[in-house]
Design a protein around this ligand. Structure first.
Ligand SMILES: *Cc1c(COP(=O)(O)O)cnc(C)c1O
Length: 364
């Protein structure tokens, strides 16, 4: 087999992958697909060669937007083994997202078994470079041929794998965020808590405006009072006060319950950083950034793990975050969490699931 696909010029073997993987640009050569109908439930699940899916142009995905996804990581341990990080939590969220979007749940155990099987089969594609990993992207979309505005009666669930580098490159280059006061990502009672493609569609226009203004991402406010900080780009966000105390927006009904955020909430206190979940007013926040009370700002999510924010644009002004260049807290948390992910330290939280350890036979 040729190393590169003749049509797409995409690498077809792990050895043909370039040094610079970026995020979500390359995919392995196998994927999982199954279909759902009301009559048969989920059926015809199979691991098949990676490639285009036949989708009806009238499929409700395109007209009603029923689409959900997940994002989790498989990581190569120093001892050559593979860890899946918090796979169960991502699978639980996948089914919550399905419920919110009026889509059928997948079988939780089977979904997890499939991810294990697919990652096992494609393990040579897991990059070994520091910070690199295999990003696992389960997706579900509405497939029924119908223009009616109602929940679809058929769906496709698939899982693809993408070898990625550390999201923002290996450097801790701080990103900049622009506070959107006119456009909002999500509203309480809406779909902000679901990992649905609709939320990303909502976010793109404001993100392009932020880019045109010289910022990397949007800092999202709540859509009701338009003053409480919710997320940064497609990630959670946190603020370090006095190099120590971490404040992060409390889940509000319009914030995506990030698994990485949850990991930080549990890990940070153990590393000496007390954490609180609060309502964070944007006016107070920028004053605290300006006075230097806020020593670091960072965003949190599976792909990047932690990325420092160096500058906040609000009300026509730019606020520099003092400690962004050193990002000592972010670094410490990044190291603490990735040490567990890559199996460099023992995992007291039970988050890193070794791929190859056979299920332990209980003594009872
Ligand atoms: C996926 C996502 C996150 C991060 O969630 P993790 O579980 O930590 O990857 C945060 N916000 C939004 C909007 C997301 O889609």
């Amino acid at each position: 087999m040729a190393a590169f696909d003749s049509q797409s010029e995409r690498p077809r073997t792990p050895a043909a992958l370039p040094e610079e993987l970026g995020f979500g640009r390359f995919f392995t050569d196998r994927m999982f697909v199954q279909r759902y109908t009301v009559q048969r439930g989920w059926h015809d699940g199979a691991i098949v060669p990676y490639g285009p899916l036949a989708v009806d142009p009238a499929a409700q995905l395109f007209h009603c937007g029923q689409g959900i996804f997940e994002g989790m990581k498989a990581l190569r341990r120093a001892d050559g083994g593979v860890n899946l990080f918090r796979a169960g939590d991502h699978a639980v969220r996948f089914n919550r997202s399905a419920e919110r979007m009026a889509m059928p749940p997948v079988d939780f155990q089977q979904h997890l078994r499939t991810i294990r099987e697919l990652v096992s089969l494609q393990r040579e594609w897991i990059p070994a470079r520091p910070g690199a990993s295999l990003y696992v992207r389960p997706v579900m979309f509405a497939a029924e041929q119908s223009l009616e505005v109602r929940a679809s009666k058929s769906y496709v669930h698939y899982i693809i794998l993408s070898p990625i580098n550390a999201y923002f490159g290996s450097s801790f280059r701080p990103v900049s965020v622009f506070v959107s006061e006119e456009h909002f990502r999500a509203v309480r009672g809406g779909t902000g808590e679901a990992k649905t493609i609709a939320n990303y569609a909502m976010s793109l226009y404001a993100t392009e405006l932020a880019r045109a203004n010289g910022y990397d991402q949007v800092l999202w406010l709540d859509a009701v009072e338009r003053r409480y900080v919710e997320e940064a780009g497609a990630m959670s966000v946190a603020f370090v006060y006095g190099g120590k105390h971490i404040r992060t927006p409390a889940l509000s009904g319009s914030i995506l319950p990030s698994v990485t955020r949850d990991s930080i909430l549990k890990l940070a206190p153990d590393l000496g950083f007390p954490v609180s979940e609060e309502r964070i007013d944007i006016g107070e926040l920028v004053r605290d950034v300006e006075s230097g009370a806020v020593s670091e700002v960072f965003c949190i999510g599976t792909a990047a793990v932690i990325a420092p924010i160096g500058r906040i644009g609000f009300h026509g002004r730019s606020y520099e975050v003092n400690g962004a260049r050193t990002a000592l807290g972010a670094r410490r948390l990044y190291e603490g969490l990735t040490d567990i992910q890559y199996g460099r330290v023992s995992d007291p939280y039970g988050w890193a699931l070794p791929l190859d350890v056979p299920a332990r036979v209980s003594a009872a």
